[in-house]
Design a protein around this ligand. Structure first.
Ligand code: ZN
Ligand code: ZN
Length: 150
C-alpha cells in the first residue's frame, strides 16, 4: 500500500513548549508533534489489542498537520473498513491510527513517545471490550464505545 505523506511543508519557527517527540523501538521511524494533544485515551477495543499485542493501548489524538515524520515513514495499512494503522517496517512498533472518514486528525501511540510522562490520559474508551483481568482504578471517565458515547 502506498505510503502517505503526513509531513507538513516548511517548519514554523514558533516556539511551542508542547512539542512531543517519539518513534519506534528500533529508531527507524521518528516523529515530532508540534501541538498539545486534543485527546488522550486508553482504548480497550479488540482491534487495538490485536494490532499491538497489548491489553490496552493509550492514544493521543492530534491534528494531522501537527504530526511530522522526521526519518523513515511508517508503513500504513487498512486495518478495517473504517481505519488505517501504521507501524515500523523494521521493528513492528504500532504508531498511528486514523479514521478514513476523519483524515484531519490522527492518533499516535502514547508509549511510542520518548517521554510518555509528558501526556496525561483523560478517559477510557471501548470499555465494553475491556478484559476482565485488567483493573485500572484511576477514576477517569469511562465510555462503553467511542469517546463521548454513553
Ligand atoms: Zn522500528
Ligand atoms: Zn481501540
Amino acid at each position: 500500500m502506498a505510503q502517505r505523506k503526513l509531513a507538513s511543508k516548511g517548519k514554523k519557527k514558533t516556539a511551542r513548549p508542547a512539542r512531543l517527540e517519539g518513534g519506534c523501538y528500533c529508531g527507524l521511524v521518528r516523529y515530532r508533534i508540534n501541538a498539545k494533544p486534543l485527546y488522550v485515551v486508553h482504548c480497550h477495543c479488540g482491534m487495538c489489542r490485536r494490532a499491538s499485542g497489548a491489553p490496552v493501548v493509550t492514544w493521543l489524538t492530534v491534528d494531522s498537520k501537527n504530526l511530522t515524520f522526521t526519518r523513515a515513514q511508517p508503513v500504513f495499512f487498512s486495518s478495517s473498513s473504517r481505519a488505517d494503522r501504521s507501524f515500523c517496517d523494521r521493528c513492528g512498533t504500532s504508531l498511528t491510527f486514523q479514521y478514513k472518514a476523519r483524515r484531519e486528525t490522527i492518533d499516535v501511540t502514547a508509549c511510542s513517545l520518548n517521554d510518555p510522562e509528558q501526556i496525561t490520559p483523560r478517559s477510557h474508551v471501548h470499555t465494553a471490550s475491556q478484559l476482565s483481568w485488567i483493573r485500572m482504578d484511576d477514576g477517569l471517565r469511562r465510555y462503553k464505545s467511542e469517546l463521548g458515547s454513553k
